[in-house]
Every structure is written in C-alpha cells, then in structure tokens.
Design a protein around this ligand. Structure first.
Ligand SMILES: *Cc1c(COP(=O)(O)O)cnc(C)c1O
Length: 431
C-alpha cells in the first residue's frame, strides 16, 4: 500500500519520529486536522502545543504572508529589522523582571534552553546544572543532557547535571507529598550550598514527565532557595507558557519572577521560533557564541509578534481557564475505573490511566486508548508512560471540550472492552 504513512516509513529518518498511530494529515483549520480521505480529527495535542493558536489562525496567516512577501533578509545575526527588535520588545513587556534584560531569539525550545544553560555556566564560572528527574528541556546539547526524560530512555546525562525528584501529588514517593516537597527542597538546598551550581532549570508543570502539577508554593520555595544562594533559576515555559495554564505564564501561579524564562512551541504560531528572556549580564556574554544563521528571521518573528498580540487581544489565558475548567469537569465525569487521576491547570490537562486492580500505571492501556481515540476522531498522545496529555489549541470551544471528553470516554470504554488490536498498537512505539 502506497499510503502517505508507508512512504514516510521509507523516506524519513526514524531518529526524529515519535509515533502513536499512523496519523496522516493534509490540512487543518481551527482545532481540526484533516486526513487524506477527508476525515476530520479533533486536535487535542496541538502538535505538543506548537499549534497553540490552532491551525491557520488568520492573524498568523496575515503576518507571515506580509513578511514572506518582502522579507528584509533571512536572519538577525548581522542585521536588525523591525520584527526581531519588535518581538524582543514585546517579550520584555510581557515577561516580568527588573534591571537590564535581553532577549535571545532562536528556533526551538531546545536551543533557547541550551543557550540559557550555557550562558549561566559562562557567567558564573560554575558547571553543575540542577535539574529534575523526568524533566524535558530539549533534544540537543546541554538542554538534552539535563533532560530527565532522555536519561530515562538511556541517553547519557550531561556529566555536570544533578537531578532532583519532582514532587508528584498523585504518586508521592514517600506516601506524603508535603514530605516529598520538604525532601526535594532540602536536597536542592544542599546542592545550592556547595557553591558549584551554575543554575537551576525547572518546568512549572512537569509535562513530558507525566503532566505533573506540583503542590502550590513549590516553585516559590524553590525560587527563594535559589535567591538565597544567588543561583539563577531558569523557568522553562516552552510547553506550558503563554496562556495555556489560564495565566499568561505558568510561573505566575506561584507569584515568582524567575531570572531567565524560556519560550517556544506556541510562540511561533506553527513556525520554528523560541526565546530566552533574562539579565543582560547573562545573555550578552560572550558575544557571538550562539549563532544560528536564520535565528530571529523576519518571517518567524512576524509570526511571533502576531501570536503574542492574539493571545492578548483574544484574552486566551482567560479563555484557557474557562474552557479548561469545562473540559476538566467533563473528563472527571468519565465513568471508568481505569481513570486514576485528572489534573491540570487551564488547558494543560493530564488524565492518568491505571490498572484498576492495583492502581499502578498502565502504559499499555494508555497506548491503546490513544490509538482508539484516533480511530474515533481525536488526536491525543500520552506522556510519562500512562498519562494522556490533553493540550488542545487555546481557541477550543466549549462544544469541542465536550466532544473531546466524549471521545476520550468512549476510547477508554472501548479499550476496556477489548476493541483495540494490541498487536497493531504495539507497532507504534510511542515513548
Ligand atoms: C518541547 C519542549 C522543549 C523543547 O522544544 P523543541 O521545540 O522541541 O526544541 C523544551 N522544554 C519543554 C518543557 C518542552 O515541552
């Protein structure tokens, strides 16, 4: 069969594939993806949040069309142009902070984090990066080496990384999440006190590690420790930032102002674009040490400005809070003993699937539910082995939220009833 998917199998490198079912798409609009045979799928991933404004948002279409028609060159390394400077100024306004600050513009969350981490090592003269188990910060360089998810998958960690346990209220390792928080903070304090820590990097909501929402106040206490030891904190908002959690920034929930904030995914409106915002003394030095030729290019930065303007104009954080509450309630109403937990903030939602007999994570079941949901008309992937990651475009309507919960509920029921071919699902390795 010469399907698009079959052609992909022999043409595109496996090294960049993370597949859950044979998803073929030829177009998209709003929260909908369209398959070659015209089937419409409700997109509950938003390309891992990169399509956070949905597909074909008019503001992005307009901005990109204008920019590509008369682009002033193809990058920002050796020339300045209105959209790169403008995007940096927009970000400086939207991200809280004080003192002289700068913006790094890049292509992907990976390079934004990598640059931020390298900048902290350079400025402090220290090597060790304090990160979290099961975290995800990128697929290249130092950002990859400090990502717990990659280490879990067998990749070598950065030789100078130290990992802290991320407190998980649903599965506290000591049986009590308050005790886990205290133990984590104590360990962080011990590391920070050694004087060898270049920076701490943290996701305000652990996403690829299982959509874990930490207890209230955890980020604030962590930040206070970093402050006490004068160690910069990098807050990785690449997946959860820019409206999704019901606030513009996920870190706002705890009232902290991180030293460096990194962005990606939704920022580009579907185009490759990332940013790191932080103190000038960190991000100015050494000059010309992070050179990606097309970084800060006029087309991606025009898209980024349109995305930020749209998030503000359409009040997408407020909308994510409102529609997210509707979706979370609808998911909690799914009557299935395999649903161990539904958690999240706004439109960052995790649904944890468990073995009803033991309460243990059931990864095989999650893979089958994800597959069945695709058969029933929705795109939803899983993270942390057994947690459906439900991160639809921020423009999701309440009707679509109800339909999402119906499809997921039906997929769980069908999987429990043995309607999914487990051998077929096993062909898609997921992660
Ligand atoms: C996706 C992600 C990254 C990496 O972004 P890419 O665009 O894939 O390079 C970094 N941090 C977090 C939290 C992410 O979810």
């Amino acid at each position: 069969m010469n399907t698009l998917y079959a052609r992909d199998e022999v043409a595109i490198a496996g090294i960049e594939k993370l597949r859950f079912f044979p998803l073929e798409v030829v177009s998209g609009h709003g929260c909908t993806l369209v398959t070659p045979d015209g089937r419409e799928l409700l997109d509950l991933s938003a390309t891992w949040t990169a399509s956070g404004l949905g597909h074909g948002h008019p503001a992005v279409v307009e901005a990109v069309s204008r920019a590509v028609r008369s682009a002033p060159g193809s990058g920002g390394l050796s020339a300045v142009h209105p959209d790169s400077v403008g995007l940096a100024e927009d970000l400086l306004k939207l991200v809280p902070g004080s003192g002289e600050r700068r913006v790094y513009l890049g292509h992907a969350g990976s390079d934004a984090n990598d640059v931020a981490l390298r900048a902290c090592r350079h400025a402090t003269g220290r090597r060790t990066v304090l990160a979290f188990e099961h975290s995800y910060h990128g697929g290249v360089g130092v950002a990859m080496g400090v990502s717990g998810v990659h280490v879990d998958a067998g990749a070598a960690p950065d030789p100078d990384a130290a990992f802290l346990p991320y407190p998980n209220p649903f599965r506290p390792s000591s049986g009590d999440v308050a005790a886990d928080v205290a133990a984590c903070l104590k360990l962080a304090d011990q590391h920070l006190a050694t004087g060898s820590i270049a920076c701490l990097i943290v996701e305000p909501i652990l996403s690829d590690g299982g959509l874990v929402v930490p207890p209230d106040g955890f980020l604030a206490e962590l930040h206070a420790l970093c402050r006490r030891h004068a160690v910069p904190m990098i807050c990785d908002e690449v997946k959860m930032g820019l409206g999704r959690p019901g606030t513009l920034h996920a870190f706002e929930h705890d009232g902290v102002v991180p030293d460096i904030v990194t962005f990606g995914k939704v920022l580009g409106g579907g185009l490759p674009l990332s940013a790191a915002v932080g103190p000038a003394h960190l991000l100015d030095e050494p000059a010309a040490s992070a050179l990606l030729t097309t970084a800060g290019n006029p087309i991606c930065t025009a898209a980024g400005r349109a995305v930020l303007a749209t998030i503000t104009a359409e009040q997408l954080p407020e909308r994510a809070a409102k529609v997210g509450a509707v979706l979370q309630d609808a998911l909690r109403a799914v009557d299935a003993e395999q649903v161990g937990d539904v958690r999240g903030r706004g439109l960052a939602i995790g649904l944890e699937l468990v073995d009803p007999a033991t309460g243990e994570p059931d990864s095989r079941f999650a893979a089958q539910v994800s597959y069945r949901a695709w058969e029933l008309g929705a795109v939803v992937y899983y993270v942390g082995g057994n947690v459906l990651e439900i991160t639809p475009p921020l423009i999701l309507s309440e009707d679509e939220a109800h339909r999402a919960a119906e499809i997921i509920g039906a997929a769980i029921a069908d999987t429990a009833a043995g309607k999914v071919d487990s051998e077929e699902v096993a062909r898609y390795a997921g992660w």
